[in-house]
Write a protein that binds this ligand. Structure first.
Ligand code: PHE
Length: 467
């Protein structure tokens, strides 16, 4: 019942919550590393085109399906397809995906929390020592951190959409933006900072290969929280005065802007630490950048600002990342919460309890798959390598499945729900939409090249990761 469903109190509240979901670890570290390694400015141009020409229509469609039905993915797909089993299954994938990503994201967020505790207690040098991280990810204290993070997420979600999600976003997002700007200003005062900026921005078109293109689109999908059912679910909490295309545009601009600014923070820091940095040192994964490389950079600051100052900067940075991670985590868990509430008629409290227990157990398995428990550490094998339980979740759900969900959504809105209905929904709160070039572009792209491209990305990613 749309009338009993809680809504965001304002358009800005919705935009901040959606941007809070989109802005996460992917922006703060994933994007800068990707951009710097893969052609700098050339990557940025390509990424921006992907965001606005491919991802934005998908985001708009997700929000429209959500608002139209006032449901989460399963209920939404079912109700607009007259209970088709196939589309019900597609919706289920749209709930399973966020559930599993939540597990993997939770592990990382717990680490970030642990890093805050360690830097605040004056042990930055421990994290910066090569052995620190290896020891840290096997520490039993992580279970305490896990309970703390789960507590914070539950505290926000149990308060509901308006008093929980929206309120948290209204506090955390502006704080995050201010902290980010402070960090950038600070980092730019370091020696060699501008070598980092140059590295980040000067275009090198020779680096743009098919795999970089593939990676850029995957990164954009992940960063904008697409294919996770999140924007559909958040869309189900907006009122009928909200202009969806405009709101989505603001979310995309905020997300991309933060990613860009994060580049201005990370790369100057990297170059100031070591002006002759070899890009392979940035390593393949943003995980190792944030957890092993950055602590070294922070520690190196002690020669200019002392050990205490360096620890303070490190703490400040990890708090920033933590804020970004919490608003993302909240958004992703809201999808299965909404599913249990809407489809299974549980109370919000009970839904949260069920999810905390089930996702908690899986998070426990994932946390112990870095050596603590051999069974999870050597969980399986594919693509010629041993894979832990964490790796499997990461490989299947992190970016692989998102384009598939995006593909299903495009096909659904274009050929099942139909474009005319999509246009009608998007014209609500948006006079002059029907007949505009925006409408024409959205309808055309969602029915033609976007599904083809995202399906190709899905197939290619599967080939790269599993064979
Ligand atoms: N957009 C987030 C990021 O860039 C991705 C994400 C959203 C992950 C929500 C989990 C939950 O980090």
């Amino acid at each position: 019942m749309a009338s009993t469903r809680e809504n965001f109190s304002s358009r800005i509240g919705f935009i901040l919550a959606a941007a809070g979901s989109a802005v996460g670890i992917g922006n703060l570290v994933g994007f800068p590393v990707n951009a710097a390694k893969n052609g700098g400015g050339a990557f940025l141009i390509m990424y921006a085109l992907f965001v606005f020409l491919i991802c934005l229509p998908v985001m708009i469609a997700e929000m429209a399906v959500g608002r139209k039905t006032a449901k989460e993915p399963v209920g939404a797909y079912k109700s607009l397809s007259h209970n088709s089993g196939f589309w019900g299954a597609a919706g289920f994938l749209g709930v399973l995906t966020p559930f599993m990503i939540a597990v993997f994201y939770m592990v990382i967020t717990v680490w970030v929390f642990g890093y805050i505790v360690i830097t605040v207690s004056g042990n930055l040098d421990y994290l910066a020592s090569g052995a620190g991280f290896g020891e840290f990810i096997n520490s039993p204290y992580l279970f305490v951190a896990m309970i703390a993070v789960a507590g914070i997420v539950n505290f926000i979600l149990v308060a509901g959409v308006k008093d929980g999600i929206e309120k948290a976003a209204k506090i955390l997002m502006p704080s995050l933006l201010i902290m980010l700007v402070i960090m950038v200003v600070f980092v730019l005062t370091l020696d060699n900072a501008f070598a980092g900026i140059e590295f980040f921005l000067v275009p090198d078109f020779s680096k743009i290969t098919p795999s970089v293109i593939n990676g850029a689109l995957s990164q954009a999908f992940f960063s904008l929280s697409l294919g996770m059912g999140i924007l559909l679910t958040y869309g189900s909490y907006i009122n009928r005065q909200t202009n969806i295309p405009n709101s989505a545009k603001l979310v995309a601009i905020t997300d991309t802007g933060v990613a860009f600014i994060a580049g201005l923070m990370i790369l100057p820091a990297v170059f100031s630490f070591n002006p002759d940095v070899n890009t392979s040192e940035l390593s393949d994964s943003s995980v190792s950048l944030i957890f092993t490389f950055l602590p070294k950079i922070f520690l190196a600051l002690q020669s200019s600002i002392g050990y205490f100052g360096a620890s303070a900067v490190a703490t400040f940075f990890f708090v920033l990342v933590f804020f970004a991670a919490i608003t993302s985590l909240v958004s992703i868990i809201e999808v299965p919460v909404s599913y249990l509430v809407t489809e299974k008629n549980h109370s919000r409290k009970k839904a949260l309890l069920i999810l905390t227990l089930t996702a908690g157990v899986l998070t426990l398995f994932a946390t112990t798959s870095f050596g603590m428990v051999p069974f999870f550490t050597e969980f399986t094998e594919y693509a010629g390598a041993n894979k832990s339980f964490f790796d499997v979740i990461y490989d299947v759900f992190y970016d692989t499945i998102l384009p598939l969900n995006g593909f299903l959504l495009c096909v659904f809105v274009s050929y099942r729900w139909k474009k005319k209905q999509l246009s009608e929904e998007l014209s609500v709160g948006n006079e002059g939409y029907i007949g505009s070039w925006v409408e024409k572009y959205i309808n055309f792209s969602l029915g033609t090249f976007i599904p083809v491209i995202v399906l190709a990305i899905f197939i290619n990613t599967v080939a790269i990761k599993f064979f």
